[in-house]
Each structure stands twice: as C-alpha cells, then as structure tokens.
Design a protein around this ligand. Structure first.
Ligand code: ZN
Length: 223
C-alpha cells in the first residue's frame, strides 16, 4: 500500500482517504512527532464517528480499523486532541510538553489490556477476546502481566504506509507511543505494538540514504 499526503490530507493513489471531520481541533501547526495510540475499543464502536462529536472533546488525525481501513478526522497541519498531559525531550534536547501542539496522532482500533477470567480474555468493557488474538506481556513501565490484544497485519501495514507518507511530507523527528509521552498515565500502544520494528519499517522505505530520526539503520525490507 502506497499512500501520500496532499494538501495535508492522506491519499491512496488519486483517492482521498475517507474523511470523518472532527470539530475537536486547535490551530495550524508544524508536526514534529508521530504518536501511536490504541483506541481501547473493539470493532463494534466507530471511533472516528465518536471524534466527530463535539461532546467527545477528543480527536486524532487518523483512525486505523481492524481491517486496516483508514479514516482521516483532522488535517495533518492542524492540532488534534489526542495526547493530553504529556512531555517529551526531542533529539536535540528541546523539551516539549502538551504534545498535541507538536504531534500527529494515529489511533489504532485495539482493546489494549485484557484480564484473564478462567480461560477467557476479557476487555475492560467485558467483551470476550479470542485467545488467538491475545498475547501476554508486561508493560515496559511495569504494570503487572496481563493480556494485550494483538494488532492485525492489515493495521500494521496501513499504519506503516500512513507513517511513511506523513514522514515524507513533514519534518517528523521521531515516532513514539502515547505511553512514552505520558508514562504511568497511559499504556497505549503497549507491548503488543512492536515500535522498533514499526519505526524500522517506516524508515527503511522513505529514507534510503537519508537518516530519519537521526539514526542510521540497516533494514532488509520484505514488502
Ligand atoms: Zn492514547
């Protein structure tokens, strides 16, 4: 899948990715970071439509559903409300707080943490999540071991494609998780999201000779 950014909107070929505009936005900005989130929801809820409600008081630039389909809710040059109280130190030592003002947010449809009940895995909403969709792990910031819903291959492919397009269009300094910029307060995207592999995959395709994120990396691309 090859995506591109035109006029701050995501395109697949000559077709715009479906738009579900959110009113929950701030001003125009120049994004420096890409923040990965999970929605903490299942396929029955349409998070993009939720972001379209003013009462939701939150938004993200993109939503990736379990089938890998994408919806754009906020143009990439406009602040979306996905990061909340957050902070991060950039590669050159610059300190950022309230990362809504410096980052693009991608929300990936996923339940996040799951609790074991007997031989079943249950979401915070009480939904049963099939064993084949669950991995057990400890969050890097030390929460107890629990289950985590596995992201689908289609979601990973779509998110890589979107991130490549975004990194090609904007001076993105780094890609981080919501848990990185709000440790302890947020757990997403959590241990089921292989951030190292994701970043390598994004970087491998777009940089070819450049060094994105200030690192030199050698990756064998298989796609
Ligand atoms: Zn988040």
């Amino acid at each position: 899948m090859i995506l591109s950014v035109r006029n701050h909107l995501l395109y697949s070929g000559s077709s715009k990715i479906p738009q579900v505009p959110s009113p929950n936005t701030g001003g125009i900005f120049s994004p420096k970071f890409l923040i990965i989130h999970y929605t903490a929801s299942g396929p029955a809820s349409d998070v993009a439509s939720y972001f379209a409600q003013e009462s939701a008081d939150v938004s993200a630039h993109l939503v990736v559903r379990r089938d890998g389909s994408l919806k754009q809710c906020v143009a990439f040059n406009r602040v979306a409300w996905h990061a909340g109280k957050s902070q991060w130190t950039g590669k050159n030592g610059t300190h950022y707080s309230s990362l809504n003002n410096s980052s693009i947010g991608i929300e990936i449809e996923n339940w996040g943490p799951l609790q074991r009940t007997g031989d079943r895995w249950i979401s915070w909403r009480g939904t049963n999540v099939g064993r084949s969709k669950v991995m057990e792990a400890r969050h890097k910031f030390g929460t107890p071991d629990c289950g985590w819903e596995i992201f689908t291959k289609a979601q990973i492919a779509a998110t890589v494609a979107a991130a490549r397009a975004i990194c090609a269009a904007y001076a993105i300094e780094d890609i981080v998780g919501h848990d990185d910029i709000a440790p302890g307060r947020k757990s997403d995207p959590g241990p089921a999201w292989d951030m190292k592999a994701f970043k390598a995959s994004v970087r491998a395709q777009i940089s070819r000779g450049n060094s994105l994120f200030g690192e030199t990396v050698q990756v064998q691309l298989t796609d």
